[in-house]
Write a protein that binds this ligand. Structure first.
Ligand SMILES: Cc1ncc(COP(=O)(O)O)c(C=O)c1O
Length: 470
């Protein structure tokens, strides 16, 4: 691709060649993503030290700076963009979203205020409306964009804290929590750590919670909920990070509704089941909750970082987050900074909007279904080879045991070292397992087959009976 001739401006003069070079380097990187090992070689990681040394005393050439970054930095990256990274719950980045993200940097918008970026603010509102619609949430659901599901959990729970204490005449934003009426927080035994962190940041205490027993898939058992009241926050999960299981939302939300309790859904990735007609039944009932946290950088395949907090009544989020100062007064319009912990922030709405618009409703559903089908293909292949799949593969997560803990850990280490694909480990209800999370639009049947073949070859080598030492 050619860069248009310079218009003579100083900014264009400084950026033209540099951005052209960045484009060429990006394309080279992406083209190599299919063939490179997924985890970087140790010697490449060691070379990162070359990016350090003392801070240069004066300016250095930007083109050389970019070249150094790419030459040393790129070989030490994890190839998340190639479709064979199955660790954690990492999505890829859709083409339209990557391109829009570039524009976000070139435009350098401060998305915190409408005055600083009408475009970013408008796209944020549109994207949130589209997501509410896709996830089948109640009409009128509002929200905002944050760094990820951790922060979205924080914001949803801050809205809950505001609402529940406000009902009792306590203004928590003004008066804090010392002396406040008690709030009880209920979580499942398999709650994600990020939710506990949010609780600790909010002053609820990560351990001052009631834990509800879960079933063998990690779903909260609705029948074992404690007595609820208008001072209870029930935190449910749509998508257990190990199994992908979704809590029985309808039963829990109906029990909560009867007592006027607040339900918050940590749906970092699993909430997207609602956007795929064949999986939507798994998330049935989540729409009855009061707040939801999800990610776009996971299953929607938007570049890092992009999380979304959604609330049934936006006023609670706004009350929990807003600050004011005369220089910030912007009238009554929706101003993004009034809905998040940060003030200035990146225009995440651009890649988010572009991902949604480029996929459309059907494209989102197909991407979700495709990842689930890939997960099932992994599970079938592993079972057929005699390994134990520990979870019901209902979504995009697979847990496999290759034998005892030492053997499974040895297989995971060997897979990571070999480099065809990357999977992490976990301990699921006492069993050491390898996690396979299929969350990238770029994963194809061929990537699955290639990765599965590598897993089976490596596992056979590790688990084969060793000959006795002489
Ligand atoms: C269920 C759940 N909640 C929250 C998070 C945290 O998400 P983030 O890393 O985007 O903050 C994760 C991450 O995997 C998750 O699986």
């Amino acid at each position: 691709m050619t860069v248009p001739p310079s218009t003579g401006g100083a900014i264009i003069g400084a950026m033209r060649d540099l951005l052209g070079d960045a484009l060429a380097r990006s394309l080279r990187y992406l083209a190599s993503a299919q063939s490179r090992r997924v985890s970087p070689a140790p010697e490449d990681v060691q070379r990162l030290a070359e990016l350090g040394g003392p801070l240069p005393e004066g300016p250095t050439n930007p083109a050389q700076t970019l070249a150094l970054l790419d030459d040393i930095g790129s070989p030490a990256t994890v190839i998340n963009a190639g479709g064979r990274f199955f660790g954690f719950v990492n999505g890829g980045s859709l083409p339209a979203a990557v391109a829009a993200d570039w524009l976000a940097s070139a435009w350098d918008q401060n998305a915190g205020l409408v005055a600083c970026s009408p475009t970013a603010a408008a796209l944020e509102e549109i994207a949130i409306r589209w997501i509410g619609d896709l996830l089948r949430l109640p009409p009128g659901t509002g929200g905002s964009l944050v760094t990820g599901a951790s922060m979205a959990n924080f914001c949803g729970l801050a809205a809950a804290r505001h609402a529940l204490l406000g009902r009792q005449g306590w203004n928590v934003e003004r008066d804090g929590l010392f002396g406040a009426p008690p709030i009880s927080v209920i979580v499942g035994e398999e709650v994600h750590v990020s939710l506990l962190k949010a609780l600790s940041l909010l002053g609820f205490g990560a351990e001052r919670v009631l834990r509800v027993p879960c079933d063998r898939q990690g779903r909260m058992q609705a029948a074992k909920l404690p007595t609820l009241s208008g001072s209870s926050i029930v935190c449910i999960q749509a998508g257990n990070v190990n199994t992908g299981a979704i809590d029985p939302a309808r039963a829990i939300c109906e029990a909560a509704r009867a007592k006027d309790a607040w339900v918050h859904v940590d749906g970092a990735f699993g909430l997207w089941a609602a956007a795929a007609p064949q999986r939507a039944h798994l998330a049935e009932g989540v729409e009855l909750a009061q707040s939801w946290a999800t990610d776009a950088h996971k299953w929607l395949n938007v570049p890092y970082d992009c999380g979304i907090v959604l609330v049934r009544e936006l006023a609670h989020l706004e009350a929990a987050m807003s600050t004011s100062a005369s220089y910030l007064a912007q009238g009554v319009q929706r101003n993004p900074f009034r809905l998040t912990p940060e003030m200035s922030r990146r225009a995440r709405s651009l890649p988010l909007w572009a991902a949604l618009r480029s996929l459309g409703r059907r494209g989102v559903a197909e991407m979700i279904e495709r990842c689930c089908a890939h997960a099932a293909r992994f599970a079938d292949g592993l079972r057929a080879a005699g390994y134990t799949v520990l979870n019901d593969v209902v979504l995009n997560q697979v847990l496999v045991s290759f034998g005892d803990a030492d053997t499974t850990n040895a297989v995971i280490a060997a897979i990571q070292q070999e480099g065809t694909c990357w999977c992490g480990g976990t301990v699921w209800q006492g069993h050491t397992a390898m996690r396979i999370s299929v969350s990238s639009w770029a994963t194809t049947d061929a990537e699955v087959d290639k990765s599965l073949a590598a897993m089976l070859r490596i596992a056979a080598g590790v688990t084969a009976p060793r000959s006795p030492r002489p």
